[in-house]
Design a protein around this ligand. Structure first.
Ligand code: ZN
Length: 380
């Protein structure tokens, strides 16, 4: 019996919409999880993250175990209380960050040893310890520790790495403490090799998880290969369990993955882009630092109902970024999170109404149009 309830209310092709019931709240799917790496969605008050439409946040074991430490967060009431987020949280196990951020790492059958990217201190993470840390943080959804296979690698290397991750997945499953509303997700690995992905999916299903994530993508393989992996997994993941595509992605990637039956996503793009002056609109990705916005009184995205587009002009946002004012990244992050959550809400509606493929085509065509033209110079 599963410990978390996943109700699928409607399907459109391979796409589905529904509701995931967790210990600390419900998640409408398809769902986008803003990334709260260091117990904060950078530049955003938690209330504003919720107001943007997020049901669930993602936290990072790697960052939190280094600073301030999982046990300290536990003593302070858990991650949700620590950061004042009332909804559910999912924590990733640290595998990806160890591969991408830490300086020195040694992987063996028992786990991984690495040096912190902040102070160089030596740490060790094992499958059991990764589960313990997530328990201490109070995660609604715990992710298994996996070895994130780099890209590109040979099929032989991808196979060895995937099979180790499957052995670790079993150890995580054994260590996981069953509690109502709390779930453990397995992670499908295997690089871009369809046979390895299928082997990984079958191995995880045999162990039995509450949900199935697809990991090791969005690491530079490009959208075409990512979609190829998703196509190869069609029919190979349990129908009645949530599917989570880790670290993806751009709005177009999300739409195409929802068409292929993915239910959950996380990505740093809306927040990271917001901090660097990039905003998403229904027509384009915009660089607000560009001089063409300096005297533009129009909102960033006329179709967006967020507080930023309602109250501020492109000219003001441009000014904030040119002056390095902290409000600039805050406002652009807020808009980007609204944009992502509005996209998820529209995907859910389209699936419920049975017109997902029409919505997807029109969204993708819309974002290919390019930005609105610059404001014309007033006649002197
Ligand atoms: Zn907006």
């Amino acid at each position: 019996m599963s410990r978390i309830v996943f109700d699928i209310s409607a399907r459109a092709g391979a796409g589905r919409t529904g509701r995931l019931t967790l210990a600390n709240g419900e998640v409408r799917t398809p769902a986008f999880m803003p990334v709260g790496t260091a117990a904060t969605v950078k530049g955003m008050h938690p209330e504003a993250v919720a107001a943007a439409g997020a049901d669930i946040l993602l936290g990072n074991v790697y960052h939190l175990m280094l600073r301030p430490g999982a046990e300290r967060i536990h003593e302070l009431g858990g991650l949700r209380k620590f950061m004042n987020w009332s909804g559910p949280i999912l924590t990733d196990s640290g595998g990806f960050q160890i591969m991408s951020l830490s300086k020195i790492r040694e992987i063996d059958e028992e786990g991984v040893e690495f040096r912190s990217h902040t102070d160089g201190a030596l740490h060790r993470l094992t499958p059991a310890r990764a589960v313990e840390i997530q328990h201490a943080l109070g995660s609604d959804i715990t992710m298994v520790l996996d070895e994130c296979t780099p890209y590109p690698v040979s099929e032989q290397e991808a196979a060895a790495s995937m099979r180790r991750s499957m052995r670790w997945a079993r150890l995580c499953r054994e260590r996981f403490e069953v509690r109502p509303g709390h779930g453990l997700f397995g992670i499908v690995q295997g690089g871009v090799f369809e046979n390895l992905r299928a082997e990984s999916a079958a191995a995880l299903e045999e162990i039995g998880f509450d949900g199935y994530a697809i990991g090791g993508l969005a690491v530079g393989e490009g959208q075409e290969l990512m979609l190829q992996v998703l196509d190869g997994l069609q029919g190979k993941l349990p129908e009645d369990r949530p599917r989570y595509l880790m670290g993806v992605g751009k709005p177009g990637d999300i739409v195409k993955a929802v068409l292929r039956g993915v239910d959950m996503f996380d990505c740093v793009l809306p927040t990271r882009s917001g901090r660097t002056g990039r905003g998403y609109t229904a027509r384009a990705e915009i660089n607000i630092r560009n001089a063409r916005h300096s005297s533009d009184p129009r909102p960033l995205d006329a179709e967006c109902a967020c507080p930023v587009c309602t109250n501020y002009s492109r000219a003001y946002l441009h000014h904030l970024f040119r002056c390095d004012e902290m409000l600039g990244p805050m406002l652009l992050t807020q808009h980007n999170l609204h944009f992502y959550q509005t996209l998820m809400a529209n995907l859910r509606i389209a699936i419920a109404q049975g017109n997902l493929s029409d919505f997807a085509s029109s969204f993708l065509a819309g974002t290919a149009q390019g930005d609105i033209g610059p404001v014309s110079c007033p006649t002197p």
